[in-house]
Design a protein around this ligand. Structure first.
Ligand code: MBD
Ligand code: FE
Length: 286
């Protein structure tokens, strides 16, 4: 398939519905709901509700504003955008709390567009892409090691990213199923080499409920260009991260608050117009 094929327009409702369906397909969140003790549910639900009550009192929220909130929350569900909403505005603090005591590489949020079991590419390979996939070629090499310095043979690096138009395969129509998604397996020395393209800045869908909140509040919808990764090895904690590019106009005002200085790549321009970068990962023991 080539990039000139006609593709139906992506819509927020379609990508939101795909993200919602993907979340439903994974049963573990529903197990977690069942396993949470009622004392914990009561404490957290009560304090979240009290924070809402306090905001209403502090700002004299009106019935019109209350009804606008109801209408908008119904809209979030109808456009399937609960995963997008939560991952953009809430997940970063969950990640901060969950990973506070890691000593290895920094992680950041997963976001709504991960798909497990992307095709295997070995230790030295090219991310699946279309003929003529737009974007600067990027050659990325690195190693995966444990916190004591031991290289982690056969570590997995799962990589997913948006195309130059900001679309993720399996969440926007007209893209090959595994476009810009792959799994790399480090060699015995923990090393991997990945050829891909440098992604473009990314705007979250503006035609759904999240976009309507952004417009109503006068915010912007941008995330800086990013590569998503999950890095794993037996006996070690899974690392979920994103990598960013220096100079992106949205590194300092990511709508998802997911940029950290440790996650900045340093790509070096090459004579042939491509870029080369080294970046490795250190995993904490489980
Ligand atoms: C993305 O591509 C993303 O990475 C996040 C966190 C939220 C929305 C879209
Ligand atoms: Fe993303």
């Amino acid at each position: 398939m080539s990039i000139t094929d006609d593709a139906p327009a992506a819509t927020a409702a379609a990508s939101g519905a795909s993200a919602t369906a993907r979340f439903h397909a994974d049963k573990s969140p529903y197990d977690a709901v069942r396993d949470t003790p009622k004392e914990r549910v009561s404490l957290l639900a009560r304090e979240v509700l009290e924070a809402i009550h306090d905001t209403i009192r502090k700002h004299h929220v009106t019935y019109d504003e209350y009804n606008a909130l109801k209408a908008w929350m119904i809209d979030v569900g109808e456009t399937g955008e609960w995963p997008l909403f939560l991952d953009v505005w809430v997940e970063h603090v969950v990640e901060e709390v969950a990973n506070a005591s890691r000593v290895g590489s920094k992680g950041t949020i997963e976001g709504p567009y991960y798909v497990p079991d992307a095709p295997e590419q070995g230790a030295d390979g090219t991310l699946p892409m279309r003929d003529g996939e737009p974007g600067t070629q990027l050659l990325w090499s690195g190693t995966v090691s444990s916190t004591d310095g031991t290289p982690l043979a056969d570590a997995k690096v799962e990589l997913w990213q948006a195309d130059a138009d900001g679309f993720y395969s399996q969440f926007a129509p007209g893209l090959p199923e595994w476009n810009l998604r792959g799994t790399f397996t480090a060699g015995q020395d923990g090393a991997f080499r990945i050829r891909t393209i440098q992604p473009a800045p990314y705007q979250i869908p503006t035609d759904g409920a999240c976009g309507r909140l952004i417009a109503a509040a006068g915010w912007h919808a941008w995330r800086p260009a990013h590569l998503h990764v999950k890095v794993s090895a037996p006996g070690h904690q899974l690392l979920t991260a994103q990598l960013y590019f220096p100079g992106d106009p949205h590194n300092d005002d990511d709508i998802a608050t997911a940029v950290k200085p440790e996650l900045m790549l340093n790509p070096q321009p090459q004579p042939d117009g491509s870029a080369a970068v080294e970046y490795g990962f250190v995993l904490d023991p489980a």
